[in-house]
Design a protein around this ligand. Sequence first.
Ligand SMILES: Nc1ncnc2c1ncn2[C@@H]1O[C@H](COP(=O)(O)OP(=O)(O)OP(=O)(O)O)[C@@H](O)[C@H]1O
Length: 514
Amino acid sequence: MSRRSQHEMSVLVPPNMGGLSSGDPRRLGPYLVIGRIGAGGTGTVYAAVDPMGGEDPLVAAKVLHSPVLADPGRRAQLRERLQALAGVDGRIYVPPVRHDADADPPWLAMPYISGIPLAAYIRRRGPMGRGRLLALAAGLAEGLLALHRHDVAHGDLKPSCVLIGASGPRILDCALPGDEEHLRRTAGAWLSPERHRGGDPTPASDVFSWGAVMAFAATGRLPFGLGEPEELARRVQEEEPVLDGAPPALVPLLERTLDKDPERRPSVRELMGAAIAVWEEEDESDAADGVKGTAITKVLSREWQGVVEPARLPRVIHLEEDGVRRRGRTPLLIGALALALALVGGGAWAVLSALGGGSAPPEDAGPASSAPPSGAAEEEPRVETVRFDPAAQQNPVDGPWTFTPVQRAEDMEPPEGVLLAPDTWSSYWTDAGEGPEEAVIAEDAEVQCANFCQPGPGHIEDGRGTYEMTGQDFIDYLGWGRVVIAEVEIAPGEGGEPEITRITELFPDPAATG
Ligand SMILES: Nc1ncnc2c1ncn2[C@@H]1O[C@H](COP(=O)(O)OP(=O)(O)OP(=O)(O)O)[C@@H](O)[C@H]1O
């Protein structure tokens, strides 16, 4: 999205982005790391932004942790492979846009792809219908062909490396040099017999993996079943695949791709041609007749209709003047008040509520608090547990912010096994009887967030905020309309007005709330 100022930029972040822990990098080359997307056997994938902006500054940056890369020879191979991958056509395959094979640890940045991994897609929706299956077949073949044109075999094609996006399938990753043993242990169901015997990745071994992935998409089952690595390796090398339930027109092609002998497998070009030929033969509609472009464009534009990708969420990322995030601050930044206000009337709020635990959109600000500003004459900082209720904020952009001291309601404990919405959590606190107060929130206040810095559970260790953010992030968050219970430190500001200098959000531990 856009650069809002020298200090901030608005970014659409992944909906499943998690917080960073102390061991996670904060920078990778030119990118600022803003959250975690996930981790696999060979590395961790982070959401990161290019502070220079651009049309979409978000990238998925993968930090490689494979122990085999400690070997200088493997490093050299990795460098070569990443250089080759960088030139691959990015329509289906997702090539790196930047990489550093010599960094410690090495990393690569790819365009962020909104999509659902094929494994999850099939688990949720069952086997793909014939038309979409043929579009997947042709699309994956095109992606492999793009790699093979650069003399790189993927070597690790499997359902978790295929993302189902709104405009077609996308292929991620490729095998790391020297990673064969790891792959045989973790991805043996998708590896060809010759790869199980120690062979290098080749176009023919990619064709086998294509067949196994397509069989899975067509039937919802793994063609050689599940099992321990040794047993799987034996079945892949000795048994015939189970293809029951696959569309009959595709079965002969799948059988050929899963041939034990790489010489007898079709080429990737043949796969593409065969998938399109079956589609053209059986497609009775003329809906793609007017579509310009290659046969793949046509099959995708017809068969991919209705595929919806997960919506990204607006956030504001804070930067230093030189483009670096504030020192010592915030693993995950949040907010986007301006954006929120602009989007609140539309679907974005619904998405955010659904993902974030479901508080209502902000109502019109309630009547102005009648309480006079308090604490102007205070000398010493004091600590209070308070409720920030967005409905009470007179000016949710510039402040001052209204809050009410609270205490835990007697005889009320949150139920176990339930993830509480912020409003529900708020109902476990009663006013402490001192009426609303007002204070400014220092932009650089120290904030420890718990619930509000994460879209899901799993991050709060002790029911108190554990992730560092800034006062400005917190101000932004209040603009989203959620109630927050927090412990605050209030000190006299420069002009004597009360100023909140420290905030620790309180939210029940997920271990207690499921
Ligand atoms: N370019 C990308 N855009 C969006 N999400 C991505 C991108 N690259 C990886 N991911 C996601 O990041 C997560 C972790 O990816 P990673 O490749 O580390 O795991 P994996 O494929 O499950 O494991 P392995 O490394 O063992 O193959 C996955 O959920 C993956 O879908």
